[in-house]
Write a protein that binds this ligand. Structure first.
Ligand SMILES: [Zn+2]
Length: 120
């Protein structure tokens, strides 16, 4: 069973770094690939985006403020649902699978078994 913890600034930084790397790679390869091999570049854009989103969907979970239920979402839901940041941290607008409440869910970070053992 996986457990969750509240997201910290470090988690946001990690996400931002991954996005920055992704954009940098696209920027550099774009210069060389776009004119002659634009389809390779498009594949790189799509592939990179898919990897980023699937990583994000797998690494995060959400907390319902109404019933306290903690749940994960699919890659598709992650891609299409609105999200943002407020003073309390990150949020994502989702429907709770437990109480059907639609609201801004608190973002949690999934801790894997290996990491949990290491940090103890
Ligand atoms: Zn709920």
């Amino acid at each position: 069973m996986s457990s969750y913890r509240k997201s910290r600034k470090k988690d946001w930084l990690k996400t931002l770094i991954y996005i920055a790397i992704y954009l940098t790679v696209l920027g550099f390869t774009g210069i060389y690939l776009f004119l002659s091999y634009w389809y390779v570049w498009i594949a790189l854009v799509a592939g990179g985006l898919l990897i980023l989103i699937s990583w994000h969907a797998k690494a995060t979970a959400y907390h319902c403020p109404r019933c306290g239920y903690e749940f994960e979402i699919s890659i598709l839901t992650d891609f299409f649902s609105p999200h943002g940041v407020n003073r309390k941290g990150g949020w994502k607008y989702l429907k709770c699978p437990n109480c059907s409440n639609r609201s801004r869910m608190e973002i949690l970070v999934k801790t894997t078994g290996k990491k949990a053992i290491r940090s103890q």
